[in-house]
Design a protein around this ligand. Structure first.
Ligand code: GAR
Length: 191
């Protein structure tokens, strides 16, 4: 089996969606959730679904403990799903081209430090954009700058609200992220 670990910082609806997609998968196994926020909604969701959920702190993230655990657990791919900390170069080196992230805009627009979740949708509406979307990309050591593997667009209506836009973007994420992860992993070739 090819093992994945999913990292989430908040509500974790994408993490749950990814779990449901892979739970009976013949070759890809959803092993564990890693969460950096002790008050995140994903923690109780994981408990209800009987998914192992490891809550970790900044020190464990920065001094290599999380990386060592991932290697010990034989994790092959790391999936970021609403995870808000920058991934340090140590982890990127250990999992080069094997970390994917999803971002709720059409990168390179509305990306970078501090651009996440509703803040992105707020900026898109403020700037009167007529389209937005999602970007799935390989993670490097800068926020939202790694190679793009998938994008999909939606229209932003003239009377759009943050809530409505966030809901549409989430639907797009649920529909696409698991399939893109599956496709990426099954076609992955060591460079
Ligand atoms: C998702 O929309 C994801 O794209 C976004 O956070 C949301 C998490 O929702 N990620 C970022 O903004 C990363 N910069 P969820 O916790 O319900 O999956």
């Amino acid at each position: 089996m090819i093992n994945i670990a999913v990292f989430a910082s908040g509500n974790g609806s994408n993490a749950v969606n990814i779990y449901n997609f892979f739970k009976n998968h013949p070759t890809i196994s959803f092993k564990i959730i890693y969460c950096n926020n002790p008050t995140a909604g994903i923690i109780s969701k994981a408990k209800n679904l009987n998914i192992e959920c490891r809550v970790f702190n900044k020190n464990e993230w920065q001094n290599g403990i999380v990386k060592t655990e991932l290697i010990d657990k034989k994790i092959d791919f790391v999936i970021l799903a609403g995870f808000l900390w920058l991934v340090n170069s140590d982890i990127i080196k250990a999992f080069e081209n094997r970390i994917l992230n999803i971002h709720p805009s059409l990168l390179p627009n509305y990306g970078g430090k501090g651009m996440y979740g509703d803040k992105v949708h707020h900026a898109v509406i403020e700037n009167k954009e007529n389209e937005s979307g999602i970007t799935i990309h390989i993670v490097n050591d800068k926020y939202d700058e790694g190679k793009i593997v998938f994008q999909d667009k939606i229209r932003v209506e003239t009377n759009e609200t943050i809530e409505k836009l966030a809901a549409k973007i989430h639907e797009l994420e649920y529909k696409n992220y698991p399939k893109v992860i599956e496709n990426y992993i099954l076609n992955y070739k060591i460079l």
